[in-house]
Design a protein around this ligand. Structure first.
Ligand SMILES: C=C1C[C@]23C[C@@]1(O)CC[C@H]2[C@@]12CC[C@H](O)[C@@](C)(C(=O)O1)[C@H]2[C@@H]3C(=O)O
Ligand SMILES: O=C(O)CCC(=O)C(=O)O
Ligand SMILES: [Fe+2]
Length: 336
């Protein structure tokens, strides 16, 4: 078997652990306990029976695939991803690269209507699919954030959800497309049937925002880092594609706002498929730029003193943008 490892000299551990899949239609107190456990253990879980309709998801997937199927010149008409538009291979502003192309959008419905003219040949269809999808996943994110606040026994159960509900939120929506690795003679002499492709599509990182809600098609690639089985280094756990589930990532802001009780999950997307593209659709729920981010008082006690100083999303976003993808950023905000 030929394996093109991301680091041939330091092979990384990959372990097939069963990650939590939570049925949101189950009894509320049970759901809450499972959500809290997953956020403490992994900072990651999947949800099923989430209430987002198949039609909303399919419409969005069709529009996304339609966009990526266009010739490069047409995709570039969406403008560069600085911050909103089309990007290819370059991620962020500091030299990170991956085997991915993407489309980044703000979540404001009017701005989506305006932008859709540069993105699609059927702008009305495109903006209605995107706005319908964003409305649905924002609702799901709010519901999950409220379950979390309840589980943490915080008096104001909307303490997290209200940050992404307001019109001035800074949430974003991103479509990622990972074309398959083609087997040419350089990496697969004689078309070896046991050839296993393995390239980094989107390198290891945490999401800076509050919460990410991600849906992919039926092609795998997402991996999350778990500290559970290897305290020192962590192991990579593949997330198998699921026909209906959404993946939920705890972001850096939620780690800070829970005073470190939840952990923001390190994850990456690998390209291992040699015949079919992976597409993921990620909603990143973020607060308004000038909101002061600090945990509710219930989560700060003499036994659990404040871990991070209060900061604004504007400050945190600027710090993130000045760093590389895989850098950890929260330590810059440690309380002294
Ligand atoms: C290298 C970078 C890309 C990123 C901004 C950053 O400076 C560090 C965080 C990266 C990330 C990860 C989650 C989202 O995909 C993203 C849009 C975000 O908000 O933070 C990306 C940023 C990006 O691609 O611009
Ligand atoms: O494509 C994926 O599954 C992961 C994408 C991701 O982590 C991101 O866009 O931040
Ligand atoms: Fe991510």
């Amino acid at each position: 078997m030929v394996v093109a490892s991301p680091s041939p000299t330091h092979p990384e551990k990959v372990q097939f652990i069963e990650l939590p899949i939570i049925d949101l239609s189950a009894e509320r107190s049970k759901v809450i306990n499972l959500v809290i456990k997953a956020c403490e253990e992994y900072g990651f879980f999947e949800v099923i029976n989430h209430g987002v309709s198949h039609d909303i998801i399919t419409r969005m997937e069709e529009q996304g695939l339609g966009f990526f199927a266009k010739p490069l010149g047409d995709k570039q008409k969406a403008g560069p991803a600085t911050p909103f538009g089309y990007g290819c291979k370059n991620i962020g502003f500091n030299g990170d690269v991956g085997e991915v192309e993407y489309l980044m959008l703000g979540t404001n419905s009017l701005s989506i209507v305006e932008r859709s003219y540069a993105i699609s040949n059927d702008p009305k269809m495109f903006s209605s699919a995107v706005n319908g999808y964003i409305e649905a996943v924002t609702g799901l994110a709010c519901e999950i954030l409220e379950l979390m606040a309840e589980g943490l026994r915080v008096h104001d159960s909307s303490v997290f959800s209200k940050m992404i509900k307001g019109v001035d939120n800074d949430s974003i929506f991103r479509l990622n497309h990972y074309p398959p690795i083609l087997c040419n003679n350089n990496n697969n002499n004689n078309k070896d049937p046991s050839f296993h492709a393995n390239k980094v599509g989107f390198g290891e990182h945490t999401d800076p925002q509050i919460l990410t809600i991600l849906k992919s098609n039926d092609v795998g690639g997402l991996q999350v880092k778990s500290q559970v089985d290897d305290e020192d280094h962590g192991v990579w756990v593949p997330v198998p594609p699921h026909p209906t589930a959404f993946c939920v990532n705890v972001g850096d802001v939620l780690q800070a706002m829970t005073n470190g009780r939840f952990m923001s999950v390190r994850h990456r997307a690998m390209v291992t498929n040699t015949s079919k593209s992976r597409m993921s659709m990620a909603y990143f729920g973020a607060p308004p730029l000038h909101t002061c981010l600090t945990p509710p008082i219930e989560l700060v006690t003499p036994h659990k003193p404040l871990l991070y100083r209060p900061f604004t999303w504007d400050e945190y976003k600027k710090a993130s943008h000045s760093l590389r993808l895989g850098d950890s950023r929260l330590h810059l905000f440690k309380a002294t």
